[in-house]
Design a protein around this ligand. Structure first.
Ligand SMILES: N[C@@H](CCC(=O)N[C@@H](CS)C(=O)NCC(=O)O)C(=O)O
Length: 182
């Protein structure tokens, strides 16, 4: 399959870009990556990034057929809509459940993880004593909430929807591993 020039604008430590890389890998889609320069702070942004995401000026941006798609949650859904599972066997690679209600549950948890874990990660990263302890406590609370609510889902382990990776897993996994490095 020709995937028609797919480029991902990324930044090496970005958990949001990592979610997109995992989704593309899961679908078996080939793409090229342009990594922004991470060595400088604040990050010096390329013209391509500024042109592709003029509003937030952030990675990740997926450029498909010359058209930019920004914001990781939007990109993940774009990937699922553009390269959907085509037959029964392929459903293992569907990044969202099939029913509208289950999709809404997946979108809820993807949004929760994207926002909440990032908020506490940023505070942990700043390494300000009081704020950092509070942020670790808040993170623990997020895990407790997640654990409690995931137990109510009828799908069992190991992922949000049972046996297969879906978008909320792709959002959560890089944030958790990224946080454990901070
Ligand atoms: N809500 C955005 C967050 C993206 C984000 O925070 N990207 C960071 C890298 S992890 C970035 O580009 N930082 C550079 C900057 O904000 O100047 C998403 O989910 O894609």
């Amino acid at each position: 399959m020709d995937h028609e020039h797919i480029t991902l604008l990324s930044l090496p430590p970005s958990p949001f870009a990592m979610s997109v890389k995992m989704a593309l890998a899961e679908k078996g889609i080939k793409y090229e990556v342009f990594e922004e320069e991470a060595a400088t702070f604040p990050v010096v942004k390329t013209d391509l990034l500024l042109r592709s995401n003029p509003v937030h000026k952030q990675v990740p941006v997926l450029i498909h057929r010359g058209l930019p798609v920004a914001e990781s949650l939007v990109i993940l859904e774009y990937i699922e809509q553009t390269w959907p599972a085509s037959d029964e066997l392929d459903l293992r690679k569907a990044l969202l459940p099939q029913s509208p209600y289950e999709r809404s549950v997946a979108q809820f948890w993807a949004d929760f993880c994207n926002k909440k874990f990032w908020e506490t990660s940023l505070l942990i990263m700043k390494k300000l004593d009081g704020e950092q302890i509070q942020a670790w406590n808040d993170t623990a609370q997020l895990y407790i909430t997640l654990d409690r609510e995931m137990r109510k889902l009828p799908y069992g382990k190991p992922f949000f929807f049972g046996e297969h990776l879906t978008i909320p897993d792709l959002v959560l996994a890089p944030l958790v591993s990224w946080m454990s490095d901070t």
